[in-house]
Write a protein of this length. Structure first.
Lengths: 249, 258
């Protein structure tokens, strides 16, 4: 392997409603290259493998260090972040596709606004807004901080949703990320105020009950968030809330 | 919620396929129905399977007379028809039909994501389907057709033997036993995971071992019972056969004995 080259098979789709098609690209190999740096190279010289000029590939990206959650796509069929996908660790040709369960905007860019709607539906925030300074909030114990810190690492990349067999148009399942955020904000001493509302939201259609516990979410999560644990804990909280709602009024 | 729905609309460019709908907070009954499905799998359906394999069928190991006594005991439970209807048939029918609905709505993806949890997700659907087909056939031939075992408990052992001695049906029994046992054992694990009873990573792993042991217990005892049916001499099924008169007094025995 003297002058190595890297082959790419990329799914193109110029408009949201047009039919997707494949294009192949060939790049010279250099050490440390990843999927995003490869897409940048293609953008600098957008010519397919057989020499036809084409358009640069559209994709979302921002931080290039796996903390912003923008560049999630299907790489060799699996949901993952493109910036941390090193070419040397991938089988060739490297197959790039947009997420299959989100509306395609163009090429590899998809509309992931559903997660934002879901986070709003469960009130994934801490209610501190008011007309006067509320002062410092209650302190959290070290244990509690450590138990929920991993949940705060979520970057809303939607990998957990893409890989979930239950996340589809039939079920309208909310997905693991949002449930983990419910856990995060329900544990926060000030965030706890909205706990009953968050749990009630998760009892709606598409709520936590749709989880089939296939556990793909926790496997694909680029931030190693304990998603199955969060789903389990929130599952218990939701049941307690359901019984409270039933017996307490 | 109307506001949440309307705020979605402008975010999506016209012409784009809508994709997966956001959470419908406060809407629908799927939470109740799905959790009821989960619960019926444990109680009463799972509890019945436990009794059926580990208690009733296991008495077959002690021979035709013990088996007839057990069948007679069950047949003489008060309001047995209603126990069967509300304790077994309706819960199983609900669990199965809603289960098929869940299966239909999921998009299995073990090819793309071939991980153990995902395989178990798929296996839970297939074992459920196989168990359901088996259960429908088994209930039809054992409870609703042929000699009525509630009337003639003494014919029970022979009636089972008549099926188990046919190699094809014997295989069907084994497949049905394994499928139902796995579905229940892994179902207990799923129930405890989903209802927050065993949330921890390590605790879940350990509990999985417990559930797999339980699967082997169910399957092992079930196979031992099946082996007994095949190893004993054929018992008469005819309700007027001498074996029946031999065991008939036993019909009263459990009442005295207990």
């Amino acid at each position: 392997m003297a002058t190595k080259s890297v082959l790419f098979k990329i799914k193109r789709q110029p408009t949201p409603s047009s039919k997707p098609y494949w294009e192949e690209f060939e790049l010279a190999h250099h050490p440390g290259m990843n999927v995003i740096s490869s897409l940048m190279e293609i953008a600098a010289n957008p010519v397919t493998r057989d020499g036809k000029p084409t358009t640069p590939i559209t994709y979302d990206s921002n931080c290039l260090e796996e903390v912003c959650g923008s560049c999630a796509m299907l790489i060799n069929g699996r949901a993952r972040m493109a910036c941390s996908a090193l070419i040397d660790n991938l089988e060739q040709p490297v197959k790039l596709e947009p997420f299959s369960k989100f509306p395609v905007v163009r090429d590899l860019a998809v509309d992931r606004s559903v997660i934002f709607e879901n986070l709003k539906a469960v009130k994934a925030w801490i209610p501190v807004d008011g007309t006067y300074d509320l002062g410092p909030g209650p302190r959290m114990s070290q244990d509690e901080q450590e138990s929920i810190y991993p949940l705060s690492r979520c970057i809303s990349c939607c990998c957990c949703m893409e890989a979930c067999p239950q996340f589809n148009e039939e079920t309208g399942f909310v997905g693991a990320a949002t449930i983990a955020q419910v856990r995060l904000f329900n544990t926060h001493p000030t965030g706890q105020g909205l706990k009953p509302e968050r749990l009630a939201a998760l009892m709606g259609d598409g709520g936590i009950q749709e989880c089939g516990y296939a556990q793909n979410c926790v496997e694909v999560c680029p931030k190693d968030i304990p998603l199955t644990k969060a789903i389990s804990e929130v599952g218990g909280e939701v049941m307690k809330q359901a019984f409270t709602n039933l017996l307490d009024r | 919620m109307a506001s949440a729905a309307s705020s979605t609309a402008p975010a999506i460019t016209p012409g784009i396929k809508q994709g997966v709908a956001p959470l419908r907070a406060g809407h629908g009954t799927s939470f109740f129905l799905r959790r009821l499905h989960s619960l019926t799998g444990i109680i009463p359906v799972g509890a019945f399977l436990f009794e059926h394999i580990l208690i009733s069928n296991a008495t077959a190991i002690s021979g035709p007379e013990a088996y007839a006594r057990q069948v007679s005991f069950l047949a003489n439970l008060p309001l047995v028809f209603f126990l069967e209807l509300f304790g077994i048939w309706l819960p199983i029918a609900y669990h199965a039909l809603y289960g098929f609905y869940i299966w239909y709505r999921g998009d299995g993806n073990v090819v793309e994501y071939p991980w153990s949890g995902n395989w178990m997700y798929t296996a839970q659907r297939w074992t459920g389907g196989i168990a359901f087909i088996y259960i429908v056939w088994h209930t039809w031939t054992m409870r609703f057709t042929g000699v009525d075992l509630h009337m003639y408990p003494a014919a029970s052992f022979g009636k089972v033997q008549a099926e188990v001695f046919q190699p094809g049906l014997f295989l069907f029994y084994v497949v049905g036993l394994v499928a139902a046992s796995w579905h229940f054992a892994y179902g207990i694990w799923l129930f405890c995971a989903k209802w927050g009873i065993v949330p921890g990573e390590r605790a879940r792993k350990r509990f999985l071992v417990v559930c797999i042991c339980f699967f082997f217990l169910l399957t092992g005892v079930g196979l031992a019972s099946l082996a007994t049916f095949r190893s004993r001499p054929l018992q008469p099924i005819d309700s007027s056969a001498p074996a029946m008169t031999l065991v008939l007094p036993a019909k009263v025995q459990p009442v005295e004995g207990r």
